[in-house]
Ligand binder design. Structure first.
Ligand SMILES: *[C@@H]1O[C@H](CO)[C@@H](O)[C@H](O)[C@H]1NC(C)=O
Ligand SMILES: *[C@@H]1O[C@H](CO)[C@@H](O)[C@H](O)[C@H]1NC(C)=O
Ligand SMILES: *[C@@H]1O[C@H](CO)[C@@H](O)[C@H](O)[C@H]1NC(C)=O
Ligand SMILES: *[C@@H]1O[C@H](CO)[C@@H](O)[C@H](O)[C@H]1NC(C)=O
Ligand SMILES: *[C@@H]1O[C@H](CO)[C@@H](O)[C@H](O)[C@H]1NC(C)=O
Ligand SMILES: *[C@@H]1O[C@H](CO)[C@@H](O)[C@H](O)[C@H]1NC(C)=O
Ligand SMILES: *[C@@H]1O[C@H](CO)[C@@H](O)[C@H](O)[C@H]1NC(C)=O
Ligand SMILES: *[C@@H]1O[C@H](CO)[C@@H](O)[C@H](O)[C@H]1NC(C)=O
Ligand SMILES: *[C@@H]1O[C@H](CO)[C@@H](O)[C@H](O)[C@H]1NC(C)=O
Ligand SMILES: *[C@@H]1O[C@H](CO)[C@@H](O)[C@H](O)[C@H]1NC(C)=O
Ligand SMILES: *[C@@H]1O[C@H](CO)[C@@H](O)[C@H](O)[C@H]1NC(C)=O
Ligand SMILES: *[C@@H]1O[C@H](CO)[C@@H](O)[C@H](O)[C@H]1NC(C)=O
Length: 456
């Protein structure tokens, strides 16, 4: 009798093991812009597989978002290259609830199966499907939708968030996301942090809880901005920082406190800068072909020293991420705009760390689970232009719950990421585009072929 019970228990245990997912992790390519440009799209795209069979959607990382936003293939003015067609997915469900939209952007909540490279997959994930985006929409027109991975933003409607759901279903080693958006080796890892992606100790800082009424999420304490001479730019004490992967600049309490003091910025050519009164844009001297600085004068590339200090560690922001590229320069002749703006958002955070920062650091997000709060972690991107002295910096303090909440399983091998077979058929060049762009033409085989009578 006893032995029979034991046997039954054993069989059940085995069956259970077979059916539960084995934890894994995934390392994904991120497509990042080669350099930041004011007049262009600057999105960081990651490939997500949605539906059955999988539809490849290339979604821009949105670090203030918590859900996946997709553009319906019926949406007329949704801009992008990949669209979601729920009618082609056997696992799509329309949950019969419209998005809390406006007259210029609206749509429907859907759920579907979502996978990262075929390595990890879970079903019934909430998708905010945009079906109407009017030409009058005055927000940022994001390409293809959005890849949000925050875990605990307050919502009135219940949603099934993708990465937390992967973790809950036992598919991820750890409740963590790692990211580097630099041009050298942009990556997004889910479920583990890849030691090949970063250098130095990960500097973990706890996140403030996200509460109802906030709409600026995952804020943390910031020591301040450190200039060339090693002093803090006087922006006050108890600064709060936030991160945005859709912001082209770094927003500080006042841009002139930094840029008007060469003790902070470093020397500027001719000791001159340019403030455009209509837009507030600031330009620093840079080379031009208009002889602004005198016939044949070659201005050296502008170099700005800008460091963000977090928990005692200084993170250098690469100068070329702040000084805009001369080739696509909307600044007056002789100047290049800088990606440093005065924070226009009321209240906290005081400092918004946008793309110039994210392209200069390694970043990690430990999302909240159980009794562990959320944390952001910072380190140096492996292979970036950083000195041993910078990499060896030590955080001032270690979070109290570190051994419980920040002790991660390290991956031993890297699962292979699949891309669905490109079944879009042949591709065609685009009239008027000289970059060799090729696009698929859906349904081209149904077009009636023209017959040209060249003799008449
Ligand atoms: C990732 O990028 C590398 C280098 O560009 C490329 O060879 C590889 O095919 C990409 N993998 C996927 C899954 O897109
Ligand atoms: C969808 O919801 C509306 C009201 O919220 C309800 O009237 C309608 O019957 C629902 N449709 C389906 C198919 O459940
Ligand atoms: C819908 O959005 C409006 C403003 O954008 C907000 O005031 C309202 O609380 C939202 N409603 C729900 C149910 O989330
Ligand atoms: C959004 O779409 C839903 C469903 O079509 C509609 O009921 C709602 O009024 C729309 N919202 C706005 C602000 O137009
Ligand atoms: C939820 O709804 C309440 C009342 O309608 C509103 O005050 C609050 O702002 C809403 N919260 C969110 C996150 O939309
Ligand atoms: C900063 O420099 C600009 C350009 O020289 C000047 O117009 C502006 O008044 C200065 N602002 C402050 C606060 O010194
Ligand atoms: C650094 O420069 C700022 C602005 O010019 C100045 O106020 C500060 O005293 C300088 N710090 C040092 C250590 O020289
Ligand atoms: C360079 O600096 C001198 C002296 O301050 C000033 O007169 C001149 O206008 C500056 N040149 C430009 C192009 O701003
Ligand atoms: C830079 O600061 C000046 C002075 O505070 C302000 O007039 C200007 O609008 C700011 N520029 C930007 C782009 O925020
Ligand atoms: C700087 O300007 C000179 C003269 O116009 C030009 O020959 C040179 O290539 C420019 N350098 C850069 C880095 O743009
Ligand atoms: C600026 O743009 C040019 C032309 O696209 C490019 O070759 C160059 O690498 C860019 N410079 C930087 C610093 O990104
Ligand atoms: C590397 O960083 C140093 C400052 O630490 C800077 O002087 C140098 O110009 C940087 N090199 C490149 C290629 O960005």
């Amino acid at each position: 009798m006893l032995s029979l019970m034991l046997k039954t228990a054993l069989v059940l245990a085995i069956v259970h093991t077979v059916h539960s997912a084995s934890p894994s992790w995934v390392s994904l390519n991120v497509s990042v812009p080669p350099f930041l440009q004011e007049l262009d799209y600057n999105f960081n795209l990651v490939d997500v597989l949605v539906g059955t069979p999988p539809q490849l959607l290339s979604l821009p990382i949105d670090m203030q978002g918590d859900i996946l936003t997709v553009y319906s293939n019926d949406c007329q003015f949704c801009g992008g290259t990949t669209f979601y067609d729920p009618s082609q997915s056997s696992t799509s469900t329309n949950v019969n609830r419209s998005l809390n939209g406006t007259s210029t952007i609206n749509g429907t909540w859907m759920t579907d199966t979502v996978s990262l490279g075929g390595v990890v997959e879970t079903d019934s994930i909430s998708l905010a499907m945009v079906e109407m985006l009017s030409t009058g929409y005055d927000g940022l027109r994001v390409t293809n939708g959005g890849f949000g991975f925050l875990a605990d933003t307050p919502r009135n409607t219940s949603v099934n968030r993708f990465i937390p759901a992967l973790y809950q279903s036992g598919q991820l080693f750890n409740p963590v996301v790692g990211m580097r958006l630099d041009t050298l080796n942009p990556r997004l890892t889910v479920g583990a942090l890849d030691p090949n992606d970063f250098e130095g100790e990960i500097n973990w800082v706890p996140l403030e809880p996200n509460t109802v009424g906030d709409n600026l999420y995952n804020r943390f304490n910031l020591d301040g901005i450190v200039g060339r001479n090693g002093s803090f730019v006087p922006y006050g004490d108890n600064l709060i920082g936030g991160i945005s992967s859709l912001l082209l600049s770094i927003a500080v309490p006042d841009n002139t406190t930094y840029i008007n003091n060469t003790g902070f910025s470093g020397p500027l050519y001719n000791d001159t800068l340019n403030l455009e009164l209509d837009t507030g844009a600031i330009g620093v001297p840079c080379n031009d072909s208009d002889d602004t600085w005198g016939p044949g004068v070659h201005v050296p590339p502008a170099y700005l020293d800008f460091n963000v200090q977090i928990n005692g560690v200084k993170y250098m922001v690469d100068s070329q991420e702040i000084v805009r590229n001369l080739t696509y320069n909307p600044a007056p002749p002789g100047f290049c705009h800088i990606g440093l703006i005065t924070n226009a958002v009321q209240g906290k955070p005081d400092v918004w760390l946008g793309l110039p920062f994210l392209r200069s650091v390694y970043f990690a997000y430990r999302f909240p689970t159980g009794d562990c709060p959320g944390y952001y972690g910072f380190a140096f991107p492996k292979g970036a232009n950083r000195t041993q002295e910078q990499i060896a910096q030590k955080p001032t303090s270690t979070p109290a719950l570190a051994s419980h909440c920040l002790n991660f399983v390290a991956p031993t091998s890297t699962p292979t990421v699949m891309r669905p077979v490109d079944d879009d058929g042949p591709k065609y060049t685009v009239y008027g585009n000289s970059d060799g762009l090729q696009v698929p033409l859906k349904g081209v085989e149904f077009l009636v072929k023209g017959i040209w009578n060249i003799t008449s």
